[in-house]
Write a protein that binds this ligand. Sequence first.
Ligand code: 13P
Ligand code: SF4
Length: 366
Amino acid sequence: MVLAKFMDISMLPEKYKSLTQEQMETRIREIKDKLGEELFIPGHHYQRDEVIQFADVTGDSLQLAQVAAANKKAKHIVFCGVHFMAETADMLTEDDQIVYLPDMRAGCSMADMANIYQTEEAWLELTKTFGDTIIPLTYVNSTAAIKAFTGRNGGACVTSSNAKSMVQWAFTQKSRLFFLPDQHLGRNTAFELGIPLEHMAVWNPISGKLEYEGALEDVKVILWKGHCSVHEGFTVYNIQEVRKKYPNMNILVHPECSREVVALSDDNGSTKYICDVIEAAPAGSSWAIGTEMNLVKRLIATYPDKHIISLNENMCPCLTMNRIDLPHLLWALEIIEQGGQGNVIAVDKEVTAQALLSLERMLARA
Ligand code: 13P
Ligand code: SF4
């Protein structure tokens, strides 16, 4: 199996460090105007404001996958998000469309928690134990190689906005689910669909063992022991403090938060869902939001008529999302303008073919 590969891991040239914000913004506008529809810039909700202002479209992971698949015009797609999102865009676009990631170090620590070797080893063990009863589902926050594993084993991708319908679909295929790499999204989704926690086991990729105390025949869901370090930063203590200080405040969190946090909150959903709920909320309503800080700060600035705070006021932005800044965006655009090919995300063809099976099974139901 050949893994998805980076074609370039070079670092930001020195010259970009001495430009002013205004100089960079002017150059970015010039290049955008010059390239017109040849250039397309999707931006995830967690991106910095300085970058989001140049995005042609913003959205959650599902929306960005959909727009990448639909865009047949742009020759250059500069993805303002993290590595797995750019890989997904590369796989869903045509061969003559090139996807760039402005900073190749913009990974996702959760996606890195499941590598293909650990996953194949886990699959071998789990199918030995449970036979042909398991279907794999992978959160899109995973490498192309994990998506390919899922595809060739009859499974699909999910995002935080379609996880419920994909889990329901998965149970029409097999009686057990192997959900990776985010144990929290898997647990929250299965629980909300009525599967008791006692029927969920955890696969520990480090020990190579199944963590489960009941009888094996009761296992319905096997959760990969991965997590998002940003969303694990929201705690039961944070909820208790908000409830004490603001008894009427609504608590809205992303489903990458732990089961305990989601259970104590008022609502949960993808970044798009969070944006939609806040947009529709009446003036004067109050909200504590449990998700990444760039998005929470943007919501606070966009809706001054609503009282919005972060569920954890000490939270930092997602460090890898934050790596995409104005200098990196300008650098990527100048590479394109000069006809170069740096910062390209190009997934291996064999991996792409198998990963597309799992992406297309998801997009067909989205
Ligand atoms: P969304 O699909 O909800 O935008 O989530 C992506 C992500 O990385 C959350 O941490
Ligand atoms: Fe990955 Fe978490 Fe950052 Fe989302 S917030 S990109 S899951 S590390």
